[in-house]
Design a protein around this ligand. Sequence first.
Ligand code: NDP
Length: 282
Amino acid sequence: MIKNMVGIIGWPISHSLSPIMHNHAFLKLSLDSWTYVPLPVATSPETRLKEAVFGLRALGFKGANVTVPYKESVIPYLDSLTKEAKNIGAVNTIAVTDEGKLVGHNTDGDGFINDLSEHQITVADKSALILGAGGASRAIAYALLSHGCRHLTILNRTKTKADDVVLKLQENFNKVMIESGQLHKESLVNADLVINTTSIGLNENAPDMPWDEGVAFSKNQVVYDVIYNPKLTRFLQHAQKYKAKAINGLGMLVHQGALSFEIWTGHKAPIESMKQILRTRF
Ligand code: NDP
C-alpha cells in the first residue's frame, strides 16, 4: 500500500526525469510504500501554487521537489528554511515534518559539489567562473564558497542580476574575492573551474554557447555544463577540443535528487542505479 507520497511541483513538468529516477530508487531499495508523482501547477490563468503547497500537508505527502518556475516563489508558503535555502534564496526540496511543518531545503549546490567529488575534483583554494546568475548559479556559487573556493566570478547577460548575486554572497563570504561582470565581455578565462548555468545550449537544433568561439580552454581546466540534454552541448564540445575536462549536468541532477531522497526517506540513495536509469532515457 502506498503510504509515503512525494512529487515534483513545477510547470511544465511532463519532461521531468525525477519521477523515473526516484521511483526506480524506491524499487531498488524495496521501499514499496513510497511513490513519486508529477504535480503540475499551471502558471495561468492564475497560479494555484499556494494551494498546491498547502495540499502537500493536507494530503499527507512526505515532501516534494520544486522546479521551474517556482523555486523562489514557493518560499512565502513554507514554515522554515534551512540555512542554505535561505542564503541561496531558492528551494528545490520541501520536507513535511511529522508535525506537519513545511521545511524548504536546497540540494542543487551540494548535488553539484558531490558530482565534482565523484570526478575527484575538489574546490578548496580553486578559482571559479560561473556563467549565468539565475537559481542554479546562486546554488552553485554558495556551495563553491562554502567549500573553500578562493576566487569567484559571476558573468551574466543581465549584469545587474550578477551584481545582486555577488552582493548577497559577500554578506556570507566577506573574506573571499567575488566579482561580477557582463557575459562575453569580461572573463576570468583561466579559472580552474568554468561552469555554465545559463540555459544556452538547451536547444539542440539551434546550438549556441555562452562562450566566445575564439577563447580557448586549457587541459588543466574543468568545464561543467549544468545542462544534461543534449549530453554534449556546444560549450562542452569546445572544452573537449582543448582537452579540458568536460562534465555535463546529469551527475548533478542525480546527486541533488539523491540528497532529497535522503531527506525524505532517511535512506542512502542508490546513486549508481539512479544514474543508470537516466542514461537509458537519452
Ligand atoms: P533561471 O531562469 O533562474 O536562470 C537562467 C539564466 O540563463 C540567467 O542567468 C539568464 O540570464 C540566462 N540566460 C537564459 N537565456 C539566455 C540567453 N539567450 N543568453 C544569455 N543568457 C541567457 O534558470 P535556472 O538557473 O533555474 O536554470 C538554468 C539551467 O540550469 C537550466 O538549463 C536548467 O535546466 C539547468 N539546471 C540543471 C540542474 C541539474 O541538476 N543539472 C539543476 C538546476 C538547473 P538573464 O539573467 O540575463 O536572463
